[in-house]
Design a protein around this ligand. Structure first.
Ligand SMILES: NC(=O)C1=CN([C@@H]2O[C@H](COP(=O)(O)OP(=O)(O)OC[C@H]3O[C@@H](n4cnc5c(N)ncnc54)[C@H](OP(=O)(O)O)[C@@H]3O)[C@@H](O)[C@H]2O)C=CC1
Ligand SMILES: O=C(O)[C@@H]1CCC=N1
Length: 271
């Protein structure tokens, strides 16, 4: 597999590194990482994963794949610094909201830009990765990028106009699911559990639910109906959730998250 240059050394960059190294398709010495001003963070990643801290951004020149994992508001500056060292490499962006056309413009067409929206579970090879490409990306480079990303999760290619929605539900998804679990854990404590005991049962409940949905190819509606006995406990709980307007709240939360992704795209790319 190719040499990879990772621009950014934060949470998402680390999840990516942790994931790809587990598959042994890239060796740690083939991953070079750069950040802006925290050398101690690069040393931490070297200690934990064996990656190579970059000496300078010029190291990108020797890599075939560049991962852009800086915050959306830093993408413009980071790509400007990177641009002189581009000569047709594949550039895979993780940045929420930032359109392909903008990145193409900043790098003046010197890289093949792929916009993705991964999520933190790539670290455990269970990522959900939405991907959009423009026609400028060659078939071979696209296939190699997909091969790389498929190592760490499920890759779904879609039209770029759906990327803001994907950002809302799969990119931010682990945050929303964790929010629900926070509330479940709090409720379990109110009902007499210790947080630790509750967490064991809750996490296994989520993992088990996801596996049943996947392996039995059930829809969430099918599974909810199987679990809900007439006038039983699930029925009693769901009645409360329905009355509370939870469904509407979820729709509004995802709508606002997608809107924020679009807004960031506009805010951080305007001249
Ligand atoms: N966190 C998540 O769950 C997800 C995040 N994303 C996307 O991934 C991207 C990264 O997010 P996240 O990891 O959370 O962010 P972090 O804030 O954790 O990390 C950002 C990194 O970018 C570095 N950086 C900033 N500017 C530059 C620059 N000019 N050159 C080199 N490095 C730079 C920072 O370095 P320093 O610390 O030295 O300033 C830092 O290491 C974002 O665009 C986000 O939208 C996508 C999906 C999920
Ligand atoms: O909250 C954010 O903006 C990033 C993008 C998706 C998940 N985290």
């Amino acid at each position: 597999m190719s040499k990879i240059f990772v621009l950014g050394a934060g949470a998402m960059a680390e999840s990516f590194i942790k994931g790809v190294l587990q598959k042994h398709v890239v060796s740690p010495s083939d991953i070079t990482v750069i950040n802006r001003n925290r050398p101690e963070r690069l040393n931490e990643l070297r200690r934990d994963y064996g990656i190579r801290p970059a000496e300078s951004i010029a190291d990108a020149e020797d890599s075939e794949v560049i991962i852009v994992s800086v915050k959306p508001y830093d993408v413009r500056d980071a790509l400007k610094e990177l641009s002189p060292f581009l000569h047709g490499q594949t550039l895979i962006s993780f940045a929420a909201g930032i359109p392909i056309a903008f990145m193409d413009r900043v790098v003046e067409g010197r890289a093949q830009v792929i916009r993705t929206m991964p999520n933190v579970p790539v670290a455990v090879l269970e990522g959900a990765i939405a991907m959009a490409v423009s026609e400028r990306v060659g078939a071979d480079q696209l296939e190699r990028a997909k091969q790389l990303l498929r190592q760490i999760g499920t890759v779904v290619e879609l039209d770029e106009e759906l990327m803001d929605a994907a950002t809302a539900f799969s990119g931010s998804g682990p945050g929303f699911v964790s929010y629900f679990l926070e509330a479940m854990e709090q409720a379990a404590v109110e009902l007499g559990f210790s947080a630790t005991m509750a967490r064991q049962l809750l996490i296994q409940t989520v993992v088990g639910t996801a596996k049943v949905l996947e392996e039995w190819r059930l829809s969430p509606t099918d599974l909810r109906e199987r679990v809900t006995s007439p006038n039983g406990t699930t029925h009693a709980g769901l009645a409360v959730l329905n009355e509370s307007g939870m469904r509407e709240a979820i729709l509004e939360a995802l709508t606002q998250a997608a809107k924020r992704s679009r807004e960031m795209g506009e805010e951080y790319t305007s001249e």
